[in-house]
Design a protein around this ligand. Structure first.
Ligand SMILES: [Zn+2]
Length: 166
């Protein structure tokens, strides 16, 4: 594997750092928006066992996998920039990311998943609605809510009254 070139500028350095991170600001924004819509999901999921591709957000029962793609790393047509320094290396890197994305989409679709790609620049509320629409149409009849919180509340009350009795 090629060695990553030294970042040529502060902006590039920040971008390089950011990509290694999970829970990027656009990911968190999307997750918050999904929560606000009342959706429950898992994060950092490998939809296919043994395949090293990780969805940022997944709805396993609905088989919907969501990837939040950074504009720089995934070559957004609106905001993708191509650094001048080490131009060839960056172009190869971004092109290979795109090829990998396309391959991931193919593999997941073949395994029965619906893949949603959200650009970093997209409005998280809009993206969340798009995801919710797909999850809603793919979801089976929702499982009955477990009354665990109510039960533990009752237990707490019992404990309180028992203490009072003493
Ligand atoms: Zn963009």
């Amino acid at each position: 594997m090629k060695v990553v070139p030294k970042p040529s500028s502060e902006a590039v350095r920040v971008r390089m750092q950011r990509t290694a991170q999970r829970d990027t600001p656009p990911e968190l924004a999307l997750r918050s928006a999904l929560h606000r819509l009342g959706l429950r999901f898992r994060v950092h999921v490998r939809p296919i066992r043994g395949l090293l591709r990780q969805a940022d957000v997944a709805f396993p029962s609905a088989r919907v996998a969501v990837f939040v793609d950074g504009c720089f790393w995934h070559g957004c047509p609106l905001h993708g920039t191509w650094p001048k320094a080490n131009a060839e290396w960056w172009r190869a890197k971004i092109e290979s990311n795109r090829a990998r994305d396309a391959d991931t989409d193919r593999r997941l679709k073949a395994a029965g998943w619906t893949v949603v790609r959200v650009w970093e620049h997209e409005d998280p509320e809009e993206a969340a609605k798009r995801v919710a629409g797909l999850v809603g149409s793919a979801r089976d009849v929702p499982a009955p809510r477990r009354g665990s919180s109510r039960r533990s509340g009752a237990r707490r009350n019992r404990r309180v009254s028992a203490r009072k009795d003493r």
